[in-house]
Design a protein around this ligand. Sequence first.
Ligand code: 5AD
Ligand code: SF4
Length: 430
Amino acid sequence: MKGRAVYIKTFGCQMNEHDTERMLGILETKGFIEVEEPRKADIIIFNTCAIRHKAEQKFLSSLGRVKYLKKRNSQLKIVVAGCVAQLQGENLLNKAPYIDYIIGTDNIHMLDSIIENQTPHRVFTYENPDVTNIKIPTKRMHNVKAWVNIIYGCNNYCAYCVVPYSRGKERSRPVESILEEVKLLGELGFKEVTLLGQNVNSYRDGSVDFPALLEKVNEVKGIERIRFVTSHPKDLSKRLIQTMKDCEKVCEHIHLPLQAGSNKILKLMNRKYSYEEYFEKICWLREAIRNISITSDIIVGFPQEQDEDFEKTLDALREIQFDGIFAFKFSPRAQTPAAKLDGAIPENVKSRRLTEVLKLQDEITERKNKLLEGTIQEVLIEDREGEYSTGRTRTNKIVKVTSNIALGSMVDIKIVKAHRHSLEGEILQK
Ligand code: 5AD
Ligand code: SF4
């Protein structure tokens, strides 16, 4: 059957966004088109995130808003995918019986049988050892840059984090399969790949570890830039830093979540490094790769975080001078050990700390961006909006130019003005 429509709403991280690309890939091969309004759809998919309470709430309210559509159209199918689906499974159906199917994080491929009405089951949350091998068509969101999964799940069990439960044990994808995908992307004209995983640094397929994988991806024709997310500080080795330096396509940027500046809190978080060890790695990175940009994640209000612990996070931000951070209030997640810790921090204290962290980092980011005024940066153009073209520097900073430049062009841009979250530039050459 042709001409059916899908509405899909994605919550959460890049992993989820990429899963959405894969679900749309499956649906496209079945003749579905994507629509922007749920009421026009034959199938509605929520690709959910469970990392914080707020993300889950957003999904639940979106779900509530489409309930009435089922009454208008009995053929409509509502599918819940992603992390909330994986964690709650059957329970979600009890709470909202109008959901038709639950697809967990390892079972995206089941969408195929669901649309073809080939399965009597409604809940697919089983752990799939084959997840790294299954080939799924992908409808890419961008034409210039693409995500490529290299490792699934997480074995780190940070005390606050639901991911090891929602995305299962760590499993690396075979190196041949990764290279096949990257080569195809290069042939199709993609210029940049981002290697994706909860902890890319622990990638391993036989003798190929993450630095060795980077070396292989660096050889792929057509691809001009390589990025990767996310790195765990405990697994960041000197060898990886040397590889980043030696591989000319690997960009000068790393996202390295610190989470907290106090060793007491890092220990409670089960992060497996001290602040001093983390800082030493920042020094290695900056010594080896001049101008590397470093971004991070920070959690405020973790249980037992006293004022003096929080001060250490602020001190860390002052000492490290990140290029940017994402900061979050601690959100207790039912499955995790941190949810059972004593010493919860009141909401108003969490909010105050978050404001303080963001204010300090905004000043740092702005000051660092100002240093770029007058410099010339290599920018990969990835978007166009009206008279603007936007792209990113190798250090992952967004640059806006008032010229119409072809998507996928690599251009030299002079930075004329720095803002807090973006740079304005003028084109020097095409
Ligand atoms: N509460 C708040 N932030 C969290 N993160 C992960 N779990 C939680 C939680 N329970 C943050 C971490 C992680 C980022 C992706 O989300 O900072 O690095
Ligand atoms: Fe969560 Fe820690 Fe794994 Fe990151 S490394 S996904 S924070 S458990």
